[in-house]
Write a protein that binds this ligand. Structure first.
Ligand SMILES: *Cc1c(COP(=O)(O)O)cnc(C)c1O
Length: 221
């Protein structure tokens, strides 16, 4: 199957309310254009340098998502154009994003990334850390960011029950934060969960954004 066929097939098999983010890390400009020509407009990258270089050489109506670990000192490079940052895992980072958004006269949408997996290597906040951020005076003073929801990555395992339990954990976190901090806000609505290996489970559990690389573009080298 070609990249374009994969896009068309996925779009027709995924519910309308679930956004597909094509994770294009390591993929060439031509591969991205193939997906773009099939109607894909949301793309995600996990390295700042790679993202900046691609964004400068591809159509300007692409919505670029950042899904990797983001260092505060690199926010400046993506702040002029980034559409959604999925991977906010500290108050310091959020405050840097706010500052750079202000400098660019923008509002930048962010998701808080939570740690839900059994594995040790993945980044993300605990529920308590998320609560601490959202109730801080510093957060409340930020004018140029919108916290639009949460993101999480499940364990890399064949055991679908483990994966589903982890997704439910993220939904629990989402619901707690929604009730505590965003009960009067329409903006807090996104659940970014699900990758090529587990997006069906994620959709069943209520995902609103699935992040797909391999199933669109093939295996990465
Ligand atoms: C690479 C990556 C994906 C996509 O992974 P696939 O298994 O290729 O679909 C999704 N989310 C994040 C954060 C990634 O780094």
């Amino acid at each position: 199957m070609s990249i374009a066929e994969n896009i068309v097939r996925l779009k027709s098999s995924v519910p309308q309310n679930v956004s597909i983010i094509a994770i294009s890390k390591t993929r060439s400009k031509d591969e991205i254009i193939d997906a773009y020509n099939a109607g894909q407009r949301d793309f995600g990258e996990n390295k700042v340098q790679e993202l900046v270089s691609k964004a400068g050489n591809l159509p300007t109506n692409i919505h670029w998502h950042f899904v990797g670990h983001l260092q505060s000192n690199k926010v400046r490079n993506i702040a002029p154009f980034i559409y959604l940052i999925h991977s906010v895992d500290s108050l310091k980072l959020l405050s840097e994003i706010n500052k750079e958004a202000l400098r660019n006269k923008r509002t930048i949408h962010c998701l808080l990334q939570f740690f839900i997996a059994r594995e040790e290597t993945k980044f993300g906040l605990s529920l308590e850390e998320g609560i601490d951020i959202l109730r801080s005076v510093e957060f409340k003073s930020m004018q140029n960011i919108v916290v639009a929801g949460v993101m999480g990555m499940a364990s890399f395992t064949e055991d679908k029950e483990v994966v589903r339990a982890e997704f439910r954990e993220l939904i629990h976190i989402f619901n707690v934060l929604k009730e505590k901090f965003f009960s009067n806000s329409q903006a807090f609505k996104e659940l970014s969960m699900g990758m090529s290996g587990d997006f069906m489970e994620a959709i069943k559990e209520g995902s609103t954004m699935i992040r797909l690389g391999t199933i669109i573009f093939g295996e990465r080298n």
